[in-house]
Ligand binder design. Structure first.
Ligand SMILES: Cc1cc2nc3c(=O)[nH]c(=O)nc-3n(C[C@H](O)[C@H](O)[C@H](O)COP(=O)(O)OP(=O)(O)OC[C@H]3O[C@@H](n4cnc5c(N)ncnc54)[C@H](O)[C@@H]3O)c2cc1C
Length: 339
């Protein structure tokens, strides 16, 4: 049983969400329509830079938040010395600002935020163990949502690694998301414009080999990016969506559920798209596992994961540069379709 002290520190609620970054806060804002929500994070959201902050324009509109952002209409892909592009509407924002705004939205919807670290949970007793300051307490939960980012499982090393910097200076591709495909690995560099005369630049590797910091330094030199580094961040990228996302009263959401397209590392769009389904199934006790695996998003992410595994295998044993070749073909096809 939770002790009396923990009851006062951790308010009782219908939904307990662990992780108040993009996924946790967005889901909390939707769950708040169905009951009381308490949201825990070990860190204050909006401080740590997690990603490049690029999100499809239609998903950004649905978030209904007002934050500084840049709209771009093109995607430029440079691969093997050739450059192709196609039209696509994206919004880019400072990810820290985005996370803070989504948390604010969750709180405005009625969710309560507490800074505490999740340690473990006992699904038999519906108890979650949390650390706050130097103290560890147990708190009861009715529904527990783990949205605490990518968790590497034992025996599963299939993930990507990515690094991002926010830098003072204008992007020379100010109306575009610019990607340069890595030559010796599966992945890419990127340059995205940001508001207030800043840009974000990064590198992501989707194979098991981590990206090379010296390659990233060289890329910045080649692109004449030499402004002041305002912030740095990054992290791991899940490369396979979870099939079982709900077990009893516990479910996974966001990177914890592998909700990322392994072909390009994009996650915000799918988290945003799935947040309504998650809230509905959790609150109305619907079969989330079935609804998830029969969704188009799951099919897309799962197929992306399979294709990526084939590319990694082929590059390792037969043909180097396959990812780069496919990116070029993909960009040309999309260019023709969207003309
Ligand atoms: C460098 C990089 C660039 C990317 N760029 C893009 C992009 O441009 N567009 C895009 O769509 N996607 C991008 N992605 C993917 C995207 O960032 C993720 O899909 C997204 O951040 C997932 O959000 P999340 O809330 O599930 O997880 P996270 O953002 O990882 O948040 C997890 C939260 O849980 C908290 N937490 C962790 N453990 C605990 C614990 N034990 N107790 C309490 N709290 C805990 C953390 O403090 C954190 O706040 C990028 C990823 C990387 C690494």
């Amino acid at each position: 049983m939770p002790d009396a002290d923990s009851k006062s520190f951790f308010p009782e609620s219908d939904f307990t969400v662990i992780g108040a970054s993009f996924a946790g806060s967005l889901l909390a804002s939707k769950l708040a329509r169905y009951g009381s929500v308490v949201l825990f994070d070990k860190a204050q959201p909006g401080i740590r830079l997690k990603c490049a902050g690029g999100i499809r324009d239609e998903e950004f509109e649905k978030l209904e938040i007002e934050i500084p952002h840049v709209r771009v209409n093109n995607i430029i892909i440079s691969a093997g010395g050739k450059t192709s592009g196609f039209k696509s509407g994206y919004v880019v924002a400072d990810r820290r600002v985005l996370d803070a705004a989504i948390l604010e939205k969750a709180i405005a919807s009625g969710a309560v935020f507490q800074k505490a670290e999740y340690i473990s949970h006992d699904p038999g007793k519906n108890i979650v163990k949390l650390r706050h300051g130097m103290k560890t307490s147990d708190a009861a939960y009715r529904k527990l949502i783990l949205a605490k980012g990518f968790v590497q499982k034992l025996g599963n090393s299939f993930h990507g690694t990515s690094y991002v910097e926010i830098i003072g200076g204008q992007s020379k591709y100010d109306d575009s998301l610019y990607f340069k495909i890595l030559e010796n690995q599966i992945g890419y560099y990127w340059i995205f414009p940001l508001p207030d005369g800043k840009l974000n630049v990064g590198i992501g590797s989707f194979s098991k080999t981590p990206f090379s910091p010296s390659d990233f330094k060289r890329f910045k030199e080649e692109e004449n990016i030499n402004g002041e580094v305002v912030s740095k961040g990054g992290g791991r990228i899940p490369m396979r969506p979870a099939i079982a996302v709900m077990k009893g009263d516990v479910c996974l959401f966001g990177d914890s559920a592998g909700m990322v397209l392994p072909l390009n590392g994009e996650g915000l769009r799918y988290i945003s798209r799935m947040s309504g389904l998650w809230a509905e199934c959790i609150a109305e006790k619907k079969n989330l596992n079935f609804r998830w695996v029969s969704s188009r998003t799951f099919a897309r992410l799962y197929a992306g994961s399979m294709v990526m595994q084939i590319i990694i295998f082929m590059e390792k044993h037969f043909r180097k540069g396959l990812y780069s070749f496919l990116c070029r073909i993909g960009a040309s096809v999309r260019n023709i379709i969207r003309q």
